[in-house]
Design a protein around this ligand. Structure first.
Ligand code: ISE
Length: 326
C-alpha cells in the first residue's frame, strides 16, 4: 500500500505513467480515468488492479485517492489541476501547464493562495541523466555564453503552431532556463513551413537575462527522435551527446538504437521523475519543476509564436511572481 494515485487521461503518456508508477514503491495506481478509454483502459485497469472511470472531473477530486497525475489533453490541464488542488490533492501535471498564459496564471495564483506548493510539472528533462551530468560538468565552468538545444521529432503531419511550440519546443525553452538559471528576455524566430503551412523547422534565438544566448533548433519531421544540448561556458564546452549520431544513423545496427519517439529516449527520465514525485508525496510540499515554471514557459511560448508569425524579435514580458515561487 502506498499513496493512492489517479491517472487522468490514459492515452500514450497516461498509460506510460500508470505502468511506471505501478513499479514504484510507495505508489498505488488506484484509479484510471479516461472518457474515451474503452476496452483498452479497462484492460489496463485489470492489469494494474486499478478502478476505471470515464469521469475525469470526478476522478480529480475523488475521496478515494490522495494524488493525481494529469495526462489528459493539454487544454484540460489547468482546470483539472485547479480542481485537484482545491480538493487537497497533490498533482503531477504533464506539460504544458495550460494552453494560454491566462489559464497558466490562474493555476499559479490558486497555488499561491494555498500558500504551499502542491503541484509538480512534467518537465522531465530535469531528471534526465545526460542533462544532470551536463549541469554537474558546468559547475565551476564560469559564466555561460552560448546554449544550443536540438530537438528532432518524427511527426509527418502538420500541427498548429501552438502545438509545435507549446507541446514540444516548450521543453527546450525550459531546458535553457533550468540549465542557465536565467530567464529568457527576448526571442527571435526563423521558420520553414510545410506545404500546408504547418511549422517544420523552427530556430529560436533566445536572449537570456544574464547575457548568454540560447539557440534552439527544432525539426518536427526528423528521421528519428533526438534531443541534444551543448553549452559553452567561460572555461569550456559541454555536450549531452556528439553530433556524429546523425551520420551513424545510416548504419542499420545503430539506427535501431535511436527510436521514433520520446518514450525510448526519455523513458528513464520519466521513471526518475515519477519516482521523485512519489517520494515527495511524503513531504509537506511539492518539489521539482513548478507551476511557476509552467507559466513562464507559456509566456515565452506565446512570444515565440508571435515571432514566428511576424518574423520580428519579440520581447518577453515577465509575469508577476507570487512570493511562493521566489
Ligand atoms: C511530446 O509531447 C513530449 O513531451 C516530448 O518530450 C517532446 O520531445 C515531444 O516533442 C512532444 O511532442
Amino acid at each position: 500500500m502506498g499513496h493512492r494515485i489517479a491517472v487522468i487521461g490514459c492515452g500514450g503518456m497516461g498509460t506510460f505513467h500508470a505502468r511506471t508508477l505501478a513499479e514504484i514503491r510507495g505508489a498505488e495506481v488506484a484509479l484510471l480515468a479516461d472518457p474515451f478509454g474503452g476496452d483498452r483502459v479497462a484492460a489496463l485497469g485489470a492489469e494494474l488492479g486499478a478502478a476505471v472511470s470515464e469521469d475525469v472531473a470526478a476522478a480529480a477530486v475523488s475521496d478515494d485517492i490522495d494524488a493525481v497525475v494529469i495526462a489528459s489533453p493539454d487544454e484540460t490541464h489547468a482546470e483539472l489541476t485547479r480542481a485537484a488542488m482545491a480538493a487537497g490533492k497533490r498533482v503531477l501535471c504533464e506539460k504544458p501547464l495550460a494552453t494560454t498564459v491566462d489559464d497558466a496564471r490562474s493555476v499559479v495564483d490558486a497555488e499561491a493562495a494555498l500558500g504551499r506548493r502542491v503541484v509538480q510539472l512534467g518537465f522531465m528533462r530535469e531528471y534526465d541523466l545526460p542533462h544532470t551530468q551536463l549541469l554537474a560538468a558546468l559547475d565551476g565552468g564560469g559564466p555561460l555564453h552560448l546554449l544550443r538545444a536540438v530537438h528532432r521529432n518524427t511527426n509527418a503531419d502538420s500541427r498548429t503552431d501552438l502545438a509545435v511550440v507549446g507541446q514540444s519546443v516548450v521543453h527546450d525553452l525550459h531546458s535553457l532556463r533550468f540549465i542557465s538559471g536565467q530567464e529568457i528576455v527576448a526571442v527571435t524566430a526563423y521558420s520553414r513551413r510545410r506545404d500546408d503551412g504547418g511549422l517544420r523547422h523552427l530556430t529560436l534565438t533566445c536572449e537570456l537575462a544574464g547575457g548568454a544566448l540560447g539557440m534552439i533548433e527544432f525539426d518536427d519531421d526528423g528521421f528519428a527522435y533526438e534531443v541534444l544540448v551543448e553549452v559553452t561556458a567561460e572555461r569550456g564546452t559541454v555536450t549531452t551527446a556528439g553530433p556524429v549520431r546523425a551520420l551513424e544513423r545510416r548504419d542499420a545496427a545503430i539506427r535501431t538504437t535511436i527510436g521514433r519517439d520520446w518514450f525510448g529516449w526519455f523513458a528513464e527520465a520519466y521513471r526518475m521523475q515519477d519516482a521523485a514525485w512519489v517520494r515527495s508525496l511524503d513531504d509537506d510540499a511539492a518539489s521539482g519543476p513548478s507551476t511557476w515554471d509552467g507559466l513562464v514557459a507559456q509566456v515565452v511560448v506565446e512570444a515565440a509564436i508571435a515571432s514566428a508569425t511576424t518574423g520580428e524579435r519579440t520581447a518577453v514580458t515577465p509575469p508577476r511572481r507570487p512570493d511562493l515561487f521566489v
